[in-house]
Design a protein around this ligand. Structure first.
Ligand SMILES: Cc1cc2nc3c(=O)[nH]c(=O)nc-3n(C[C@H](O)[C@H](O)[C@H](O)COP(=O)(O)OP(=O)(O)OC[C@H]3O[C@@H](n4cnc5c(N)ncnc54)[C@H](O)[C@@H]3O)c2cc1C
Length: 566
């Protein structure tokens, strides 16, 4: 490791790996990546085996293991929040589902002051640049990027029942939720290639790390703060291992890629944030920037579960005596139950006539189990994950101490708004409507969760408050924009009011997108690279996108045979 670099990237996570690759392309430019977690060792099956995804979650060797403050509208529950603490960051422990969000999300971003260049036309080329979609190129996809995308095989008969029942409930199929039309139900793309997880580290970092002498990586290196000379960032201080002495490295520029929880934490620890709150913690203020850590957004989800009459679910693969065989098939053939994330299909709907584009997402799983692998049903079952996508409940990430190891206070305020509560009731009712269509008749042995005793709006909301978990999409805590609460300049990714410091990760989104947020984070990182390097931006796309016209109803859309065009 050198004493000084052109760029220091804090966090070798999803966005950090993109930046490491693109910024080190120029051999004259030196780049250091500091990652707090351990390497993503090649032998680590819990990272690389797709179905191993439940193991790292909640495990301190891979996960920061955050917990919210007691949530006031959820019976004071503390909600567990996993975040990847390993090379590749959350992309090394996530569910591998690849969803870009709705085109209208980016149209909404672009309505914010200063965000004109972040509309769908200007962001689509960066999604395309990042991807290698094995189904082949079209107006919305290409095959030249590092992120290999394959579609789920959807061989289990429960997937076909799900896609058919969604149509019977009046919703359309869509042949590509990341293409012209997100709205509807279909097969999801995922970051799995040849039976292995394709994390950001595997896609972007490892292919170049050994070949580029100008790119250095240090794992188990916790950045404790960004150093400043006046308002100019000069480098970072970090510790490598507990009890070791802090070291400093100089940087031409510091780029914070710590994610939606850690980036605001690092800025606050470094004196960039709400001046009054920092002073109360005796942290010297570098710049008063009240938006740091505010505007926290996330997706909350529940599992609506059913017992299956037929023995077709993935339940047997959970039996201990099946595991050696499943492990053998994965290890030697990269196939079988361990080679998939099982989230192979889902959909997006509008739950009411007031919204302009889908506000509810479904993921279907041919298994009844919680996301972290706990509480599997004893017999065959299946479930749908459901929740609102752009709730107006917002929260905050605030440090409570100058100690960088102390977790910040996370407040999400789930269920705190009228809109959120309304959409929650609608989401659960829509899920039940879909799951009780004729297509499921041969499988449906009854709802096991929440169960038929949960019927009124109040019952549903109470169950959600007691049972819901995060869908693990915290974002928006260092939002781009030019208003008083904005943290990052949308035209340069520079932190307002200071020099030589940028933020690039899920924290810069102004609004959480409609769907899982890994793909949008990677798009942000790709676009940020052009802004940082001063490259000519990708020309805006002219590809059209589906806009719902209010006179048209979902019910009037033609039915397609499930699987016919997907
Ligand atoms: C369990 C789980 C499942 C998910 N499933 C999906 C899914 O299926 N599909 C999807 O689209 N999204 C999913 N997500 C969300 C998605 O993966 C993340 O939102 C996205 O990867 C965030 O990218 P990021 O670059 O902002 O942060 P991260 O990828 O989390 O990277 C941040 C990195 O910074 C490092 N870091 C933090 N602080 C410091 C410090 N002080 N010093 C040094 N390093 C530091 C971290 O260790 C980490 O490696 C999931 C997330 C989780 C946790």
């Amino acid at each position: 490791m050198k004493q000084s670099y052109d760029y220091i990237i804090i966090g070798g996570g999803s966005a950090g790996c993109v930046l490491a690759n693109r910024l080190s392309c120029d051999p004259s430019c030196s780049v250091l990546v500091l990652e707090a977690g351990r390497p993503d060792y090649i032998w680590d099956v819990f990272i690389h085996m797709p179905a191993g995804l439940t193991f790292p979650l909640g495990n301190r060797f891979y996960d920061w293991c955050y917990e919210s403050e007691p949530e006031p509208f959820m019976h004071q529950r503390r909600i567990f929040h996993g975040r990847g603490k390993v090379l590749g960051g959350s992309s090394s422990i996530n569910g591998m589902i690849y969803i870009r969000g709705n085109a209208m999300d980016y149209e909404k971003w672009a309505e914010q002051p200063g965000m004109e260049q972040w509309d769908y036309a200007h962001t689509l080329p960066y999604f395309i640049r990042s991807e290698n979609r094995l189904k082949g190129p079209d107006q919305y996809h290409d095959t030249k990027g590092p992120l290999i995308l394959e579609s789920g095989p959807c061989k289990n008969p429960l997937f076909q029942a799900f896609l058919e029942s969604a149509q019977q409930a009046g919703y359309p199929l869509t042949n590509d939720v990341n293409g012209y039309q997100q709205e509807g139900f279909g097969i999801f793309d995922r970051n799995i290639h040849r039976g292995r997880r394709l994390s950001a580290a595997r896609a972007y970092l490892h292919p170049v790390l050994k070949q580029r002498p100008n790119l250095d990586l240090v794992c188990r290196a916790l950045t404790t703060k960004i150093t400043f000379n006046g308002k100019k960032a000069t480098g970072v201080a970090f510790v490598k291992g507990r009890g070791s002495r802090p070291r400093t490295v100089r940087a031409g520029e510091v780029i914070c890629c710590g994610g939606a929880i850690n980036s605001p934490q690092i800025l606050q620890l470094s004196g960039v944030g709400n001046a009054a709150e920092l002073s109360a913690l005796e942290i010297p203020v570098v710049h008063d920037l009240p938006g740091v850590g505010e505007n926290l957004q996330d997706h909350l989800e529940v599992y609506v579960q059913y017992a299956s009459k037929k023995p077709v679910s993935m339940n047997p693969s959970l039996k201990w005596w099946k595991k050696p065989f499943i492990g053998y098939k994965w290890l030697f053939h990269r196939s079988g139950a361990a080679a998939t994330n099982h989230f192979e299909a889902g959909g997006f709907i509008r739950s009411n006539q007031d919204v302009d584009y889908p506000n509810i997402q479904f993921h279907f799983l041919p298994l009844a189990i919680r996301y972290d692998g706990s509480r599997p049903s004893q017999d065959h079952g299946y479930q749908v994950h459901v929740g609102p996508m752009y709730s107006n409940a917002v929260g905050s990430v605030k440090i409570t101490s100058a100690d960088p190891r102390k977790h910040p206070a996370l407040r999400f305020n789930y269920l705190s708004t009228e809109q959120d509560r309304r959409e929650w009731v609608e989401a659960v009712r829509c899920a039940r409507k879909i799951m009780n269509q004729p297509a499921f008749k041969e499988f449906n042995a009854g709802e096991t969760s929440p169960g038929n005793h949960i019927q009124t709006d109040d019952d549903i909301l109470d169950w959600v408050a007691k049972d819901a978990e995060t869908a693990l999409h915290p974002s928006c805590t260092c939002k781009m924009g030019t208003d008083a609460m904005a943290v990052v300049d949308p035209s340069s990714m520079k932190v307002h009011g200071v020099e030589n410091l940028r933020v690039v990760d899920a924290s810069v989104m102004p609004f959480v997108t409609n769907g899982n947020i890994y793909a949008p984070t990677m798009m942000v990182a790709e676009k940020a690279c052009d802004l940082i390097l001063g490259n000519t931006p990708e020309p805006p796309s002219t590809a059209p996108f589906f806009r719902y016209e209010k006179k048209q109803t979902a019910l009037s859309m033609p039915l397609k045979k499930a699987g016919a065009s997907i």
